[in-house]
Ligand binder design. Structure first.
Ligand code: NMX
Ligand code: MLT
Length: 407
């Protein structure tokens, strides 16, 4: 596949336009007083290939504010869904409801020239990026709270406004955690399930709304975006096994020492037991392993660094930290996993939970808000360089066997 926006190295992790996530986080403009790169700056980088100035990021934020309106019929469509509908389903439905206003679709019907595809794709993609956090907040408020949606605040940046619209935590720290989260989940090259699905559907010249609705359905799978929800449930189950007792500092220190020093009493370690039990039940340990990465995910490491600054006392962070030490040896021992190390989903849930975003069913929607940046940047480029319809040849098994024998 050809993907302009980012490239995943098995050991070093994702690079946005050849900049590692650490470089992105250091070099790109921050919110006043903040220390985390603004996600709309990452979007600028992904789309243009150039590092934006503070002025350019401010311009991008303002551009998104101008487009941040949701037609009443889309809100009504969301409200017509039963509240217990999974938030990812609500988001996919909302994306299709927004499609009515696609500029790409309209222009195509009017006979748009091929050379103009990219510019109407850009229009739609900016609209989608601007609207998705409001839709996500709306889904959150109606599903888990009183349905009242806090006012949109155009004085805030894209991520901070999303954080405040969730209506659960107005602290600067939560806004900063949200900026980090949305910056680092933005893109993971073209082959991951949601980006690939978006690309595939877009290659039929379905507009960005149709394409991202397809991608969202892929992101909703437990081996992909849903893993952060699953991972937090898994961690909370471990916590429950502790008998509801708050783990003492000493307990965690001991647990880490046992692992670090390769103590043979591993099997007594709760995490190890729990991990083994999960494997015996034929399940995967969510948040560990990766189809491409062969090392700890740098997104995990950036979230860990943030947590070390902001929430080392959180029992759930201590649990995540113990898993970081305890689970790779269990997976290595099992012998079939190509990458026993944690991916980003092993940490994200803890951060959200710490800032009072505790409804796990919503976590994949937060991932989706961020990933909108990457898949939309990819869509613009796919139309700009006229990538063809994606239509791989398939073969029945017997023909493949014949081919294999020939080689
Ligand atoms: N726990 C248990 N078994 C695992 C795990 C894990 N975390 N990861 C891989 N395996 C198994 C895998 O199921 C396969 O088993 P089998 O041969 O019986 O089919 C075997 O190890 C080899 O798999 P790999 O080649 O290492 O991994 P693959 O590329 O097939 O899958 C994932 C990659 C990410 C789907 C897999 O590692 C996994 O299921 N991880 C847990 C779910 C998860 O964290 N997903 C999130 C990915 C990141 N994201 O944000 O989307
Ligand atoms: C992602 O961020 O999309 C995941 O790590 C999955 C992948 O890259 O395959």
């Amino acid at each position: 596949m050809v993907t302009e926006t980012s490239d995943l190295d098995a050991n070093k992790g994702i690079a946005y336009r050849h900049l590692s996530l650490y470089e992105v986080n250091t070099k790109l403009p921050k919110a006043p007083g903040g220390s985390v790169a603004l996600p709309e700056g990452a979007f600028w980088l992904l789309v243009t290939g150039e590092e934006p100035s503070a002025e350019e990021v401010k311009g991008m934020t303002e551009e998104l504010h101008k487009r941040a309106t949701i037609p009443a019929n889309v809100m009504t469509t969301i409200d017509s869904l039963p509240k217990e509908t999974h938030p990812m389903t609500q988001l996919s439905v909302a994306m299709l409801a927004l499609q009515k206003d696609s500029k790409f679709f309209k222009k195509y019907q009017e006979g748009m020239k091929k050379d103009d595809y990219w510019s109407y794709a850009l229009e739609d993609c900016l609209d989608v990026v601007a609207k998705v956090p409001i839709i996500a907040a709306k889904i959150y408020r109606r599903t888990f709270h009183d349905g009242k949606l806090p006012e949109y605040d155009p004085k805030l940046d894209w991520a901070a406004n999303f954080a405040q619209m969730l209506g659960i935590n107005q602290s600067e720290d939560f806004k900063e955690a949200m900026r980090l989260y949305l910056m680092l989940h933005a893109d993971h090259e073209g082959g991951n399930v949601s980006a690939h699905a978006t690309h595939l559907v877009g290659s039929a010249l379905s507009d960005p709304y149709y394409a991202w609705a397809a991608g969202l359905c892929g992101l909703a799978g437990p081996l992909h975006g849903l893993a952060n929800q699953e991972c937090l449930s898994w961690l909370l189950d471990v916590q429950k096994q502790l008998g509801g007792q708050k783990p003492t500092k000493e307990r965690w220190a001991l647990s880490k020492m046992l692992v670090v020093f390769g103590n043979s009493s591993h099997s007594e370690d709760l995490m190890t037991d729990f991990a083994n039990k999960t494997l015996k039940e034929g399940k995967v340990i969510p948040g560990f392993g990766h189809a491409v990465l062969r090392n700890t995910d740098p997104r995990y490491m950036l979230e860990r660094e943030f947590a070390l600054k902001h929430c080392t006392e959180d029992p759930l962070f201590q649990l995540v930290d113990s898993c970081y030490q305890a689970i790779p040896p269990v997976l290595l021992k099992q012998g079939k996993v190509k990458n026993p190390f944690p991916n980003v989903d092993a940490h994200s849930g803890q951060l959200m939970h710490f800032y009072n975003l505790k409804e796990q069913n919503f976590y994949t929607v937060v991932f989706a808000v961020s990933r909108t940046l990457g898949v939309m940047a990819q869509y613009i480029w796919s139309r700009a360089v006229s990538l063809p319809i994606e239509r791989p040849k398939s073969l029945p098994l017997d023909e493949l066997m014949i081919l294999a024998k020939k080689h």
